[in-house]
Design a protein around this ligand. Sequence first.
Ligand code: SF4
Length: 267
Amino acid sequence: MKPAKSGAKPGAKPESRLAMVRRARRINRELAELYPYAHPELDFRNPFELLVATVLSAQTTDLRVNQTTPALFAAYPTPEDMAAAVPEELEELIRPTGFFRAKTKSLIGLSAALRDRFGGEVPGRLADLVTLPGVGRKTANVVLGNAFGVPGITVDTHFGRLVRRWKWTEQEDPEKVEAEIAAIFPKSEWTMLSHRVVFHGRRICHARKPACGACPIAPLCPAYGEGETDPEKARKLLKYEMGGQPGQRLSPPADYPGKPAPALGAG
Ligand code: SF4
C-alpha cells in the first residue's frame, strides 16, 4: 500500500481547500464501496427504542447496549411504561451498560417528558429532542438521521479521530467538527457518511494501532504509517466482519455480511 500523495511529505506545499474537499469526497466514495451495508450499530425497532439505546450507549459499547435492550424493551415497551418504572428495577436491567443510576434517571425523565409533552411519541425535530433529559445534540442527530431520515452528522469518538487524521478539520470540539464537515459534503450524504466513517474507525483505522497496511484508502490518507504498514500483520488487526468476527448487533440488517453478535452471557 503506497503512502498518501497529499499532505504527508515534509516540505510539500500545503493542501489547498479545494484539493482537501476533493480528497474528502473521494474517501467518502471509497468508504461507500467498502461498506455498502454501513448502518447504525444499535438494535432498534422504532424511534423510542433508538432514543433509549442511544442514551444507554454513553461510555459503553454498542454491543453491550444491544445485549441489554431486549430485556429492557420487553419490560417497558413504551414511554408510558418506562415513565412508570420502579427506578431500582430499571437500574438492574441496565446495570451492564454502566452509569446505570444516571441513565435510569434520564430514561424515566425522558419517557415522562415524551408522555406529558409529546403525546407519547418521539418528536422529529432537533429543537424538541434536545429538551429531553439526557439528550444532547449527538443523541438527537442519531435519532433524527436513523429514525426520521433527517440528514445529520454524528460526531462520536471514532468520527472525530478519523476526520482529524484525514485533515478534514483540526477542531476538537464535536459541534465545531460537525459544522466543518457539514461544509464539505452535501446534506444527502451526512447520515451515511457518519456510519461509514465510524465503521472504518471500528474495523480498520483503530485509535492505537490502525491497520494501514490493509486499508483501501491509504493512498488518500495523510496519516498513513501511523499504524501497522505490513500487509500481513495489518490484516490480523481487522475487526468484526473484516476479521471474521461477530458484529455488534444481535439483529443486523439483512445485507450485513458478518455474523450477528451473541446475546448477553452467550459469548
Ligand atoms: S488505517 Fe492508516 S491509512 Fe487507513 S485511514 Fe487509518 S491512518 Fe489512514
